[in-house]
Design a binder for this molecule. Structure first.
Ligand code: NDP
Ligand code: BG6
Length: 511
């Protein structure tokens, strides 16, 4: 189905935040994501009066759960995971509109019954309601859910009104280029692209959205944001946690599919793309796709190989001994899955030619930190060239995505005293100090955006395919190599030596 009708609701980030009356159905509602993120996100939207006056939530899953039991489960999740305490009065208003619908994901009859239930809710409301489907299941059942939504008539189109159904799909969007194309085909067989919201929760983070503001609402950065002034860009998404109980999923995925291809790549795209012509969804997503298309294929062999992968071994995290990847639950003893990846991308466009973009992501690293570091070139070495007196650091702008969200500028300063000596100093902006720390969670922003029809912070189909096009040859080559060339790093370190060497080749080092 082609996306012919340009949707009037896609006004983008400048849009007024008011959602139409909605019934949201969460497939996989007995799962981890629903408990920890989705239910708390909906509740916090309610607390901020951002849910529509007519709002209904239906969980959907295979095991029969009475409505009252699901309501009690939600209440327990809110007590545990909501960023703000449970207000029983407000929850009391929402609770009667929360229910559960049991059925198989591949059972057409269950979808017909779901439709009848939703139409009944609509009839009782006495007005048209928007139908929003959140697919929060493992990807193995994405296909039957989408097909059943289509065949039961739940994928209502209603072009040009805000009553078209919408579907939110969780990652992963495929595991390589072919499967991503296949998934896009299945989705667009049933829905128009403007009804589809592919979630990458990193785009819902405040600091990630602030990237656009930092770059395009300030005039001092843009003149420097190019190959004439930037020496390299380093994007780090590091976690200190291991795979925990998710070994079964993670071993099929690895750091590249789990983090680099999606979250880290989004950070790269927003950092490097050109200014969009507007804050509209299509304008921003067009620029991201253009940027992704300018990225050169990774070199996979030889001295200039652009990729390093590694697996964590036993080590210390905060002074406590942590097991290696092979000792984790559900991990096969011959696993060649990488828990760390470091990549060097070249972007062959006017702005970035010759500037390396280094990306790294891994589990069980020294600490949890996600940041983008723009390292600028050194000034001409005429005035401060004596290394015994001057230790000049490269100016570096660090955008700290999490934790301790903020921006830091590293610059050189004179050490007070009677002789001229220099030292690198830091200028800080911290969100918590300026704005307070209780900011909305990523899922709050994203679910609200979907309800109001703003797809700016969601991934378009061609974006996933372009990104997979860059990663598929790498993943295929690693699969062929098995454990050959797979590096190791101890828990609690910053990754393998090979990843340091990747940067040393161009006289760089990780921050
Ligand atoms: P879960 O593994 O908890 O599964 C969610 C629900 O899907 C289960 O409760 C179960 O519901 C149903 N389900 C599980 N396995 C199968 C299966 N093999 N066949 C059919 N149904 C199944 O997933 P999460 O909640 O952790 O994640 C949901 C989605 O969100 C996934 O796509 C995941 O990749 C993505 N995601 C999750 C994150 C997280 O932090 N959890 C973070 C980012 C993305 P029932 O038995 O009731 O039908
Ligand atoms: C998820 C990955 O998408 O992102 C997890 O599947 C990872 O493995 C998580 O831990 C990290 O998200 P955040 O928001 O905690 O950085």
């Amino acid at each position: 189905m082609s996306d012919t009708a340009r949707h009037p609701f896609l006004e983008g980030l400048s849009k007024h935040r008011g959602a139409p009356p909605t019934v949201i159905v969460i497939f996989g509602a007995s799962g981890d994501l629903t408990s920890r993120k989705l239910v708390p996100a909906l509740y916090n939207l309610g607390l901020d009066s951002l849910l529509p006056s007519e709002f209904h939530l239906l969980g959907y899953g295979r095991k029969p759960i009475p409505d009252e039991e699901f309501q009690a489960n939600c209440e327990r999740d809110l007590e545990k995971f909501s960023r703000r305490p449970l207000n029983k009065d407000i929850w009391g208003h929402v609770k009667p509109n929360v229910g559960y619908h049991a059925g198989g994901y591949d059972d057409p009859k269950a979808f017909t019954e779901l439709k009848e239930r939703m139409l009944k809710i609509e009839k009782e409301a006495g007005r048209d309601l928007q139908f929003l489907f959140y697919i929060s299941t493992p990807p193995s059942v994405f296909k039957p859910i989408l097909e059943n939504l289509g065949s039961s008539g739940l994928a209502r189109h209603h072009d040009g009104t805000d009553l078209a159904s919408k579907v939110i799909i969780e990652k992963p969007f495929g595991r390589d280029l072919d499967t991503a194309k296949e998934l896009n085909r299945i989705i667009t067989d049933q829905f128009h692209e403007h009804q589809v919201y592919r979630i990458d929760h990193y785009l819902g983070k405040e600091t990630v959205q602030d990237l656009l503001v930092l770059r395009f609402a300030n005039s001092i950065f843009e003149p420097l944001w190019n190959r004439n002034y930037v020496d390299c860009v380093q994007i780090t998404v590091a976690e200190s946690l291991g795979v925990g109980t998710r070994g079964g999923y993670y071993d099929q995925s690895g750091a590249t599919r789990d983090m680099l291809q999606n979250h880290t790549m989004q950070l790269l795209a927003l950092t490097a793309m050109e200014a969009p012509v507007s804050l509209g969804a299509e304008a921003i997503r067009d620029e991201k796709v253009k940027l992704l298309k300018a990225i050169q294929p990774l070199r996979l062999e030889g001295e200039n190989c652009d990729a390093v992968r590694a697996q964590y071994g036993e080590g210390l995290i905060d002074g406590v001994r942590a097991p290696g990847y092979m000792q984790e639950q559900d991990i096969p003893q011959d696993s060649s899955t990488e828990t760390y990846g470091a990549l060097r991308f070249s972007i062959d466009n006017w702005r970035w030619q010759g500037v390396p973009f280094y990306l790294r992501s891994g589990k069980r690293l020294a600490r949890r930190v996600s940041e983008i570091a723009i390292r600028f070139k050194q000034p001409p070495g005429i005035l401060f060239s004596d290394p015994t007196r001057f230790d000049l650091a490269n100016n570096t702008l660090v955008i700290q995505i999490q934790p301790d969200e903020g921006t830091t500028l590293l610059m050189n300063s004179k050490i007070p005293g009677l002789e001229t000596r220099t030292q690198a100093v830091k200028m800080h902006f911290r969100y918590a100090t300026t704005f307070g720390s209780n900011t909305p969670e990523a899922y709050e922003r994203l679910i609200l955006d979907c309800m109001i029809g703003d797809s700016t912070l969601f991934i378009r189909g061609d974006e996933t395919e372009t990104s997979w096009g860059l990663y598929t040859p790498l993943l295929e080559s690693w699969q062929e190599l098995g454990r050959k060339g797979l590096q190791s790093y101890p828990c609690g370190s910053w990754g393998p030596l090979a990843a340091d060497k990747l940067l040393w080749q161009s006289n760089h080092e990780w921050r």
